[in-house]
Design a protein around this ligand. Structure first.
Ligand code: MG
Ligand code: NI
Length: 474
């Protein structure tokens, strides 16, 4: 029996993240919780739908990373069809994924984080914005806009302006790439690459000035997980799961990502709607792991492109084993953007991308399909169980922000312990907590449908449970 539960309203929910900091008798911070307070119910909402509709439906989960959901969903569909999709379709999906990576990383780095990184965490809050960055470093803002536009241009050249209309479908992609569109992207690449090189130079110039933040912004041992290619290289579309520990030693390798449930379980806490995935063999919460750019660079043996590999060698100097500070998500994000541009240049030079055979036609032949990709924020799982007719009976999505949930909570605690002094929340402390979470680039959109600035409320709670101070933003 298929029961369809519709949870309404799914589109009208506002996302609000809330943080509570718990004070002990001596006024020191003893606990911190990063609450994601709104529940979207997307998994239930998808039950009863055809798997063929799912790329378009799940692309609506998020206004920020629709492409990632579309890809993971289509891959789950490929698995239900039990098809190996045409080579050209694989190349085009990879190009699309890199386009998404570039535009999403540019949004995170330039729009969200560059004011703190370039103007300082204690800069005048009125100036600490993209406008303030433009006054001080106009070229950085121009480069940020240019890179984001380039990523967007890649997405539009393939999937069209209305990305929600789903160009990626189970079995392949809907339409081949036109030669003229390929030429336009190739012509735009050199400027994007120059912008990227300037950005890396600028970032490395200011990074040393943030040594204190790097020490306290979620700097602790954990596991790291991500997909890697056949030779251990950085991989965002396919591949096998690899997990390393804080020393950089391999904990698991070559895992079939469709068997993620063998190693990952999801815990639930009553104070947050966002689940808490953890690595099963180490239990909860000991099995804390991180995903996303920092994790991917920690698990990969190499990037596999020349310029990104040169940067990776420098990045590795930041840790003795794995690079542990979540502050370094920023640098990792830039290295990945560089890598994506290098890969895009290779892919777009290959005439195979113009192939016309982009779709495998097949009927559903399995009852369970799992699609896994690396979204900009980390590993994304779409796990579908279908009835023989193809309607979905069970949907499980494991999103990157959920997988970083334990680590984000730990980061908030670490930052609060270091920066909270007394029973007042200061601007500098609020900004650092916010920036510490922002380093992970959580997609509250994926978990709560919020867009743009992070709506955040921070409460300071004493041992009796009374709120002694509170500050809200956004
Ligand atoms: Mg789930
Ligand atoms: Ni998202």
């Amino acid at each position: 029996m298929l029961e369809r539960i519709v949870i309404e309203p799914v589109t009208r929910i506002e996302g609000h993240a809330k943080i509570t900091l718990h004070l002990g008798p001596d006024g020191a911070v003893t606990g911190a919780r990063f609450h994601v307070t709104e529940f979207r119910g997307f998994e239930k909402f998808c039950e009863g739908r055809s798997f063929r509709e799912m790329p378009a439906i799940t692309a609506r989960i998020c206004g920020i990373c629709p492409v990632s959901h579309m890809l993971a969903s289509a891959k789950a569909g490929d698995a239900l069809l039990a098809v190996s999709i045409p080579d050209t379709a694989v190349l085009l999906r990879r190009i699309l994924n890199y386009g998404q990576l570039v535009q999403s990383h540019a949004l995170s780095f330039f729009h969200m984080s560059s004011p703190d990184l370039l103007l300082g965490y204690d800069a005048d809050p009125a100036k600490r914005s993209v406008l303030g960055v433009f006054e001080a470093h106009p070229q950085v803002v121009r480069d940020g806009i240019g890179l984001r536009q380039f990523g967007q241009q890649v997405i539009e050249a393939l999937a069209g302006r209305r990305i929600h209309a789903s160009w990626v479908v189970p079995g392949g992609v809907d339409e081949p790439l036109a030669a003229a569109a390929r030429d336009r992207l190739r012509a735009a690449l050199p400027a994007a690459r120059e912008a990227m090189d300037r950005t890396l130079t600028q970032f490395k110039r200011v990074m040393d000035g943030h040594a204190e933040e790097a020490r306290h912004f979620g700097n602790f041992p954990s596991l790291f997980m991500g997909l890697v290619g056949p030779n251990g290289e950085l991989e965002h579309y396919d591949g096998r799961l690899r997990i390393v520990d804080a020393t950089g030693s391999m904990v698991a390798d070559g895992l079939d990502p469709s068997r993620y449930r063998d190693v990952i379980d999801e815990a639930v806490e009553e104070w947050s709607y966002l689940k808490f995935p953890y690595y099963k063999p180490l239990g909860y919460p000991g099995g804390m792991y991180r995903v996303g750019p920092l994790a991917r660079l920690n698990v990969a043996s190499r990037c596999g492109t020349p310029a990104a590999d040169r940067e990776l060698a420098e990045f590795r100097q930041l840790g003795r084993g794995a690079v542990l500070s979540s502050f370094h998500y920023h640098y990792a994000r830039l290295i990945e953007t560089l890598f994506a541009l290098e890969r895009l240049a290779e892919l777009l030079d290959d005439d195979a991308v113009l192939g016309k055979d982009v779709m495998a036609h097949a009927r559903r032949s399995r009852l369970r399909g799992v699609g896994v990709t690396e979204a900009p924020r980390g590993t994304l799982f779409h796990d579908y169980e279908a009835a023989p007719g193809g309607l979905l009976q069970r949907v499980n999505l494991v999103i990157a922000t959920g997988q970083n949930n334990l680590a984000m909570n730990e980061a908030v605690l670490q930052i609060a312990r270091h920066y909270v002094d007394g029973r007042r929340i200061t601007e500098g402390m609020l900004n650092r907590v916010e920036a510490g979470i922002r380093a992970f680039d959580p997609c509250l959109s994926c978990s709560t449908h919020a867009f743009g600035a992070m709506p955040l409320r921070v409460q300071l709670v004493d041992e009796s449970g009374a709120v002694v101070d509170e500050i809200a933003r956004g």
